[in-house]
Design a protein around this ligand. Structure first.
Ligand SMILES: Cc1cc2nc3c(=O)[nH]c(=O)nc-3n(C[C@H](O)[C@H](O)[C@H](O)COP(=O)(O)OP(=O)(O)OC[C@H]3O[C@@H](n4cnc5c(N)ncnc54)[C@H](O)[C@@H]3O)c2cc1C
Length: 412
């Protein structure tokens, strides 16, 4: 029997193993893949954006009033950087985004695997956990002949192991090809927890707007706002990327955290693009009235040919709708530049999403990542209903919550 069993060898599970094993506990990780940390390799396009120096609980769905805000205050971005540096991996920062110094996710993966091996953590690979049971009546665990055993963990092939404490760190449902297929939710339910509905986030947003087809391949610095049921729910600045039937880029990924749910519920959602955030509508109108260049030249010079054609098309439509005379052209052009509305009809599926919104109910878990329902049970990482902005926040949560869960689980 092992003291602590951790289901899932992602960043959360590995860090939990490290903190628990460094306090002298016998720790076993069960990983369904042939080795742990498969997803970590793909993060940040292989460069691994592991944290962000601008770390605030407001950038997570739980916000500043939830007890989880204490987890990221205690284990903040500097703590994580020092942790990696101390263990032998230099890091660096690009704006606020933090990476391994050599921008290689495999460096961090190898470091973490080396550390757990040195701490004597046992890793059982190629085993999918399909069921967990609490040893309340101690019937199930008679065969372990050890009344400390608190849980029985059952594998797909019928084998099982017993453990005193259990940490579920199975990730959510994003990128199931890398191992996280939502199996952890069933395990949490078996032990009495509730799980909220899940949505793919940090994804592209799909549209049926035909006007953007010609913009496919264009990338543009813009301000984008998400509107759901007539209300602005999120505003982001960044590189907006157009595809034939989708909007993409980090700014859109961040909007998806607020749009995936309403769009799935068939609520009306739009992305409103401000192509010129540094000028107000009034300033653009004034400028257009004064400039000796005609409007078409201004648009091409400022936005490039394809985006200019898109704006012109929208201006034409708006003028027709309003029955406006040519004296209104500058106002309408300025309005369209600041308010290009693109209807959102969907999002990419979990197969292509970076993160899951929803999961194990976070009000059933305390600030120590400990279950309020089932003593001896802990959760860490994305299996919980926690999602953060794009930019290192989700990995940071996995590392911080994993470390804390392991530490507390290791207490007698
Ligand atoms: C393509 C991509 C790029 C990303 N880039 C970034 C980035 O740059 N920065 C950032 O902050 N975040 C990024 N993310 C998000 C980040 O990777 C995740 O939030 C993070 O990995 C979650 O860690 P975790 O340990 O909770 O879960 P996971 O990393 O999903 O690990 C869970 C592990 O549990 C295993 N498992 C699941 N079920 C079982 C079971 N029943 N039995 C045994 N094992 C099981 C899985 O195989 C997996 O190894 C990215 C995600 C993707 C998909």
């Amino acid at each position: 029997m092992t003291d602590i069993c951790i289901i899932g060898g992602g960043p959360a599970g590995i860090t939990a193993a490290l903190s628990a094993a460094s306090r002298g506990k016998k720790v076993t990780i069960i990983e369904r893949n042939e080795e742990p940390l498969k997803k970590l390799l793909l993060t940040g396009s292989g460069k691994c954006n592991y944290s962000n120096s601008d770390l605030k609980s407001d950038y997570y769905n739980f916000g500043q009033n939830h007890p989880f805000s204490k987890v990221i205050e205690e284990y903040d971005s500097e703590w994580l950087e020092n942790f990696f540096m101390e263990k032998g991996m230099l890091t660096y920062k690009k704006e606020c985004l933090k990476y391994p110094r050599n921008e290689r996710s495999d460096t961090l993966k190898n470091l973490l695997l080396d550390l757990i091996s040195k701490e004597g953590v046992k890793t059982i690979n190629n085993k999918k956990v399909v069921s967990v049971q609490k040893n309340d009546e101690s019937d199930n665990l008679k065969e372990y002949n050890d009344n400390r055993a608190g849980f029985v963990v059952k594998f797909e092939d019928g084998e099982e192991i017993g453990c005193e404490k259990l940490i579920i760190a199975t990730g959510g449902k994003a990128y199931p090809s890398l191992g996280s297929d939502g199996a952890g939710y069933r395990l949490a339910r078996e032990l009495g927890h509730s799980v909220s509905f899940t949505y793919p986030v940090l994804t592209r947003l799909l549209t049926d707007d035909k006007d953007i087809r010609d913009l496919s391949g264009i990338r543009f610095k813009a301000r984008v706002s998400a509107e759901a049921e007539g209300k602005i729910v999120c505003v982001e600045d960044g590189d907006l990327q157009f595809a034939e039937n989708a909007l993409s880029g980090i700014c859109i990924f961040n909007l998806s955290r607020f749009v995936s749910k309403p769009v799935e519920e068939n609520k009306e959602c739009f992305v409103i693009v401000d192509f010129l955030p540094e000028m107000s509508e009034g300033e653009i109108t004034e400028y257009l009235k004064k400039t000796t260049s005609d409007d078409a030249n201004f648009l091409v010079n400022t936005f490039g040919e394809k985006t200019a054609a898109f704006i012109e098309k929208r201006v034409g439509k708006k003028m027709n709708e309003a029955g406006a005379g040519s004296d209104k052209k500058e106002e309408i052009t300025a309005f369209v530049i600041k308010n290009a509305r693109i209807r959102i009809t969907g999002h990419d599926s979990f197969n292509f999403a970076q993160v899951t919104k929803g999961g194990v109910n976070i009000d059933e878990v305390d600030e120590n990542l400990s279950s309020k329902i089932c003593p001896g049970l802990f959760f860490a990482g994305e299996v919980l209903d926690v999602d953060g902005k794009c930019g290192g926040y989700n990995l940071h949560w996995a590392f911080a919550s994993g470390y804390k869960a392991g530490l507390i689980a290791a207490k007698d």
